[in-house]
Structure formats: structure tokens, C-alpha cells
Design a protein around this ligand. Structure first.
Ligand code: ATP
Length: 387
């Protein structure tokens, strides 16, 4: 069992360089037993501090950490039954892998040597590192060291795994491999896991849900598909998804969102929703939702000049400037477009997002008010998860 609740968790660091640092700003998160939760956000948003508070390595300024219904906020790290895996592996260099994995158990439990040996061997099997057990960290590659570090967490048989960017020191190929392995491992062990990353791909692919932080505040928590398709504000819309969503300052007049370069005729529903909120908005559209060339029909098509073409193999990105902003368009890999070409594009009304320019709150999500039915029902329904 590893149900974890963060209740109004707050961590202030006091004055640093003349600024009062609030690293974690009254965060409420409920994590279900066995859930894989990803904490994601830009550098300095408070991810690691949140994790360190949960582990007991930082004392929160206020709020409560509750494990299986019991507050653990005042407990020492070793008494929380959680195991943390760090980015830099944090292995003792003078100990073998076996000793590294056994050390925590020897220090914090009453287990006999035989019991500890059994656990180490079992964890080594799970991590496929049996033949590395008698080597010291200096004799191991980065990937192997991280396996030992994970093995060390597994032997503890914890109720919660806390992982702070555990794959970021590995090269790209190994990271991809370990990403899949970690997902399998988490499912097999069924241990509640909180995983900190700033990596888009890890955030979108590894967890059951993602919690997005900015400036210490929780911006949104939901499945990857929810956060991608139904971002609650402009920050989430811009942060989740790579390349990022395109944004434009637009004005609403007579059922049309427009800039000097383009216009998007909107439905009566969108018009009614926005009219009450003013006349200036931020419109967003994802690169892959922009229609180009022969897809374009109707009155809202317009011409842009492509500045850069970036073929990635599976997909090609086109870079252009629209209404004074850099914009990215994602097209089929077989495109024959070249830099300097002019192409026709349009923004389908069913895919636009509209945000309040002051608060950043989402007003229209994929062509509909946030709680309404998405205009593009077939797509949205397929990936939508019941709340
Ligand atoms: P990164 O991805 O760069 O590791 P992060 O999202 O994990 O960033 P934290 O390390 O949690 O962010 O830091 C959050 C904020 O708290 C930052 O402004 C950071 O400078 C500040 N901070 C973190 N630790 C301390 C400390 N011990 N003393 C003072 N300020 C700190």
C-alpha cells in the first residue's frame, strides 16, 4: 500500500539574494496506491524540493505529507518507508554494487545477513545486474551504475519510490531503453512512484498522470492526453508538447479572431463564450493541427513564406513567421517544401485554443469551452480518459 497525499505542501527558503524564495507553493496532490506520477516543469519550478520534502530530506514550512492515512511529515527519512533514486546515482565509490545495495538495509533494518543477501540477489535479478555485484561503481558504466542505484531502491521494498531525474545522465539511446525498462519495472512491482523530470518525452510517455509545476505552483494534474489536449492554461499549453504550441495575440470582431496576417471564423458557441470576456485574446494552435497546402479549404486560408525546413525522419517541421511571431508547422515527412517557398495554410476552428491574455486561463480548448464537448469529437473521445 502506498497512497500518498500532499496537503497544502509549502516550502520557503527565506531570503536568497534579496528575494524571498517560495520553492513549493501550497501544493495539493493525491497519489493513488501503485500510481506512477510524473512531476514536470521548468528548471527551478520546485520539482526536486517537492520530492525532497516527501522523502524527508527537507522539512516543509507548512502542510502535511500523508502516507496511507498517516501524517509522516515529522518522521525521519528512514522511517517513511520510501526509497529515493538520484540523478547522480549517489553510490559509495569504495563499496561494491552488492555492498551499496545492502548498506541501507544494514543501517536501517533488523534483517539478518542472509535475508539481506537474498534481497540483494533478488533485486539484482530484477535489474539484470547479477554479474556486476562484486564490482565497484568506478568499474561500471553510467547505465550500470543507475541499475545498481535502482536495485538499491528495490531491496528496500518501499511503499513509495521517489526518483529525481534518474535517467538524465545517460546517453539518448540508453535513456530510451531505460525509460521502457523503468515503466515495465514500475508495473511489475506496482509500487507508487513519483518521478521528477524536465524531459517532455519522459513526461508524456512514462506515467499514469503528470503534475505540471511552475514557480512552485501546481498548474495542472491529469493524464498526459488530458494535459496535452485540454491544457488548463497557457503555461501548460506551451510547456507540454514538442515543438511547442504556437501562440498569437488576436482580436475578436464579429465572430472572427484576427491578426494583421490571418483570421479564423469561429462558431457561435465560441463567439458567445468569448464575447463576455473582452475583445483581446491569445490564440494557440499546435504545429500538427495547422493545415497546409492542399488540405486548406474555405475562407480562412492564407499564405506564409517558409524560412527553415527541418526534416526529422518521421515528420518535418517548417518554421515561418506569422503575425510577428515565430511559428512551427508540422507536416508529413514526404513534403517537398523548401526554404523560401510560399505555402497556403489555415487554422481549423476545431483545433484552436484561446486563452485569457491576463490570467492565461484557458477559455476555449480545441474549439470548445473547456467543459463543453470538443469540436473535434472523434479524436478527443478516443484519447480522453474519464476523470
Ligand atoms: P531543476 O530542474 O533545475 O533541478 P527544480 O524544479 O527541481 O529545478 P528546485 O531545485 O526544487 O527546482 O528549486 C526550486 C527553487 O528553490 C529554486 O528557485 C531554487 O533556487 C530554490 N532552492 C532550492 N533549494 C534551495 C536551498 N537549499 N536554499 C535556497 N533556495 C533553494
Amino acid at each position: 500500500m502506498g497512497e500518498l497525499n500532499l496537503e497544502m505542501l509549502r516550502k520557503e527558503f527565506g531570503e536568497v539574494g534579496g528575494e524571498h524564495v517560495v520553492a513549493v507553493d501550497d501544493i495539493d496532490i493525491d497519489i493513488a496506491d501503485g500510481e506512477f506520477l510524473i512531476l514536470v516543469g521548468p528548471s527551478g519550478c520546485g520539482k526536486s524540493t517537492t520530492l525532497r520534502c516527501i522523502a524527508g530530506l527537507e522539512q516543509p514550512t507548512s502542510g502535511e505529507i500523508v502516507l496511507n492515512g498517516e501524517p509522516v511529515t515529522q518522521r525521519k527519512p528512514k522511517d517513511r518507508n520510501m526509497a529515493m533514486v538520484f540523478q547522480n546515482y549517489a553510490l559509495y565509490p569504495h563499496m561494491t554494487a552488492r555492498e551499496n545495495m545492502a548498506f541501507g538495509l544494514r543501517m536501517t533494518t533488523e534483517l539478518s545477513n542472509d535475508e539481506i543477501d537474498d534481497r540483494v540477489v533478488n533485486a539484482a535479478e530484477v535489474m539484470d545486474i547479477e554479474d556486476l555485484l562484486d564490482k565497484k561503481p568506478g568499474e561500471l558504466s553510467g547505465g550500470q551504475q543507475q541499475r545498481v542505484a535502482l536495485g538499491r531502491a528495490i531491496v528496500r521494498d518501499p511503499e513509495v519510490f521517489l526518483m529525481d531525474e534518474p535517467l538524465s545522465n545517460l546517453d539518448a539511446k540508453l535513456r530510451t531503453q531505460m525509460r521502457t525498462e523503468l515503466q515495465d519495472l514500475q508495473q511489475e512491482l506496482d509500487v507508487t512512484t513519483i518521478y521528477v523530470t524536465h524531459d517532455q518525452t519522459e513526461a508524456m510517455t512514462m506515467g499514469d498522470r503528470i503534475a505540471i509545476l511552475n514557480h512552485g505552483e501546481l498548474q495542472q494534474i491529469g493524464t498526459p492526453a488530458e494535459c496535452y489536449q485540454e491544457p488548463e492554461n497557457q503555461f501548460v499549453a506551451g510547456f507540454i508538447g514538442s515543438p511547442s504550441m504556437n501562440f498569437f495575440d488576436v482580436e475578436l470582431h464579429d465572430g472572427t479572431l484576427s491578426t494583421d496576417d490571418f483570421q479564423v471564423h469561429v462558431s457561435k458557441e465560441i463567439d458567445d463564450e468569448l464575447t463576455g470576456a473582452g475583445s483581446e485574446f491569445v490564440m494557440g494552435i499546435r504545429p500538427e493541427e495547422i493545415l497546409s497546402k492542399e488540405d486548406v479549404d474555405g475562407e480562412d486560408g492564407f499564405t506564409v513564406e517558409i524560412n527553415v525546413v527541418e526534416p526529422l525522419g518521421d515528420v518535418t517541421y517548417l518554421y515561418t513567421e506569422i503575425a510577428g511571431n515565430e511559428a512551427t508547422i508540422s507536416v508529413d515527412r514526404n513534403t517537398e517544401i523548401e526554404p523560401g517557398d510560399e505555402i497556403q495554410i489555415s487554422f481549423p476552428q476545431s483545433e484552436i485554443h484561446v486563452f485569457d491574455p491576463n490570467s492565461g486561463d484557458s477559455l476555449i480548448t480545441r474549439g470548445a469551452p473547456p467543459n463543453g464537448e470538443p469540436a473535434n469529437e472523434v479524436d478527443a473521445g478516443a484519447e480522453r480518459t474519464e476523470a
